[in-house]
Design a protein around this ligand. Structure first.
Ligand code: HGA
Length: 607
């Protein structure tokens, strides 16, 4: 959350800053701003509420020339959405953009007010700016030393870029909890929260690690670790294609990403099967010992990743016979854990920067887990770096805030992992063979269901004005119902809830009336007879039901069947989530919502 871009260059950086910050808008879109030190050594700051497009309009009306500057797109945590609270924040000669939360803001504010500082915003970031200025004035130290002294007083997260107008040849970048990447140019250098902001300028990147401070000029980059030693961080060459961040023929990134799922799954499966065995090149031999010894699996995740984990619990237990628990990351790290014997911790996150999941991983290290594994879409992410081992989903860049292809590729990896663990634990190879065979069919099955988009659009047109919608499922389709409800809430703002179909009569049945449609995921499987009984219970109480199924039903009024193509039971969760993604998308489209950037949300939840 919050996007940062900074540059120190030979050329005028104004256009670069606005174009690059636009690419980080997915990280926060409450407001955006930039500050440039111009050729006359003035600080030119432009800020505005709303989309980066508003900032671009404002910037285009001015002629600004400078070689050093920063830009920021905000997802507010401290202080309302207003121009005053928009970054960059300035204290005299010090300019700061920040991603994170300073927990001791109140006491530091009080301290600084007593020293005579005036606050123009309610943000924690302005506290950092004033504190840096106060420290610099008091000690006359170098900016690096000033930052090092200042961060000792900060409690919380503070990835930031700082510029000093009195020495406008360097950027200082500090990484604490949220990612920062340095882009290497020729006699110019850049910083950003995510490499996609810089891909049209460079392919060469250096990722800062926790507590690094980088001093960056046009020609030089010096990185200091938390013990103040100069440290060499690895330079990587990005293989992400710049064109992949365009919408192409689609109206929204979310729509594009829904349709990309067959290919993302193919990419995720590629080169991972050998002689009926699963092979992850990312895993070392020693990592595989974890699987051999695993007697319990604990998965920790948030949001859509949590829903994927919930599906996999059914697989781990029913196919591999390994007990599996799944927990929301923020809850996991708020309690004292009693861990199971030989328990493997698995974290799941698209970005690998999800703050709650990272905290949970760090917290888990205080307990005696057998080891930890992360399943993630970003190879250079914090979760990958801090975990014992990792497996990558190959979803490609996901820009839409509402996750789609991350979910189905996570499920693909999780099912492969189940097969891999079975390889280690059981002599019988039949289940692994079946999983491999079925996973190979999955992309085609998804292509088949994507062709049914008109059926889903018709349903969305029918239900677009509803205030509440319920989703029901049983077994591994229950988490799919949860994911369907989450997608609908995220992008259409319609209130939606999901329940296991058998649970309705224990309370929620009371809310059923003709205005609350119920979408039931009911594929032809071993649970179908049970779900049919639940359908009867609801329809006899006047509930209006829409069933997504590949089975024929002979119900009468109030029940509509949306007949979907055949799918193998094993991969039904990845298949049935597709119509739910499309359903949410079409409803939000008809309502004219901002689908890729829904209100109050942001992608990559780093705070
Ligand atoms: N706390 C700062 C930055 C917020 C942030 O990093 N969001 O992801 C603010 O509220 O402006």
């Amino acid at each position: 959350m919050c996007g940062i871009v900074a540059a120190v260059t030979q050329r005028n950086i104004t256009n670069f800053l606005v174009e690059s910050i636009k690419k980080l808008e997915y990280r926060g879109y409450d407001s955006s701003g930039l500050a440039i030190i111009d050729y006359k050594n003035n600080i030119i700051r432009i800020r505005c509420v709303g989309k980066v497009q508003e900032l671009i309009k404002k910037v285009n009306k001015k002629k600004i020339f400078g070689n050093i500057g920063v830009a920021h797109t905000r997802w507010a945590t401290h202080g309302k959405i207003s121009k005053e609270n928009t970054h960059p924040h300035i204290s005299s000669n010090i300019i700061v953009v920040h991603n994170g939360i300073i927990e001791n803001t109140s006491s530091l504010r009080l301290f600084l007010k007593k020293k005579g500082y005036i606050f123009y915003s309610d943000t924690d970031t302005e506290v950092i700016a004033h504190l840096l200025h106060w420290e610099q004035n008091k000690t006359k130290n170098t900016l690096k030393k000033v930052i090092q002294n200042t961060i000792e007083r900060l409690h919380g997260n503070y990835s930031m870029v700082v510029i000093d107008r009195n020495n406008p040849s360097r950027l200082l970048a500090v990484r604490s909890k949220s990612p920062l990447v340095i882009g290497l140019g020729i006699e110019e250098n850049f910083v950003a929260s995510d490499q996609i902001a810089l891909l049209n300028i460079t392919k060469r990147f250096i990722y800062l690690e926790e507590n690094d401070i980088a001093v960056i000029t046009k020609k030089e980059i010096n990185i200091f670790n938390k013990d103040n030693f100069i440290i060499k961080r690895q330079e990587i060459l990005s293989n992400i294609e710049y064109k992949s961040v365009k919408k192409g023929k689609y109206r929204h990134f979310m729509e594009k990403e829904i349709y990309e799922q067959p290919q993302s799954i193919r990419n995720t499966l590629e080169n991972r099967f050998r002689k009926n065995k699963i092979y992850f090149s990312e895993l070392k031999l020693k990592d595989e010992n974890f699987f051999y010894n695993t007697e319990h699996i604990q998965i920790v995740a948030c949001g859509t990743s949590y829903n994927a984990a919930m599906v996999s619990r059914y697989w781990f237990e029913s196919l591999a016979n390994i007990p599996c628990d799944v927990e929301i990351a923020s809850e996991f790290s708020s309690r004292k854990l009693a861990i199971r014997k030989n328990s493997l911790l698995i974290t799941l996150s698209q970005s690998g920067e999800t703050a709650d999941t990272l905290s949970a991983l760090r917290y888990s290290k205080k307990f005696g887990y057998l080891g930890n594994l992360t399943i993630c879409n970003m190879e250079n992410s914090s979760l990958v770096k801090e975990s014992d081992c990792y497996i990558l989903t190959k979803a490609g860049l996901e820009i839409g805030v509402a996750s789609t292809k991350s979910f189905t590729t996570q499920l693909t990896v999780l099912l492969m992992l189940v097969a891999k663990i079975i390889n280690f634990k059981q002599k019988n190879n039949d289940i692994t063979k079946k999983i491999i065979k079925t996973l190979n069919i999955l992309p085609t099955r998804i292509e088949e269901i994507l062709k049914k988009n008109k059926l889903i659009k018709n349903l969305a047109d029918k239900l677009v004005n509803k205030k509440n919608i319920l989703f029901l499922g049983r077994g591994d389709e229950y988490p799919i119902a949860i994911e369907g409800a989450l997608k609908l809430k995220e992008i259409s703002y319609i209130h939606a809830e999901a329940y296991p179909a058998g649970e309705l009569k224990h309370g929620p049945l009371a809310v059923i009336d003709k205005n609350t449609p119920i979408i039931i995921i009911a594929p032809k499987n071993t649970l179908l007879d049970k779900i049919k009984k639940n359908i009867t219970e609801i329809s006899s109480r006047g509930g209006v039901i829409y069933i997504f199924s590949n089975e024929d039903f002979d119900y009468e009024e109030n029940v509509t069947v949306i007949k979907l193509p055949y799918v193998e039971e094993l991969i039904a969760p990845m298949f049935y989530v597709i119509p739910l993604q499309l359903f949410a998308y079409y409803i939000a489209l008809s309502k004219g919502k901002n689908i890729d950037q829904p209100r109050h949300l942001a992608k990559s939840v780093t705070v």
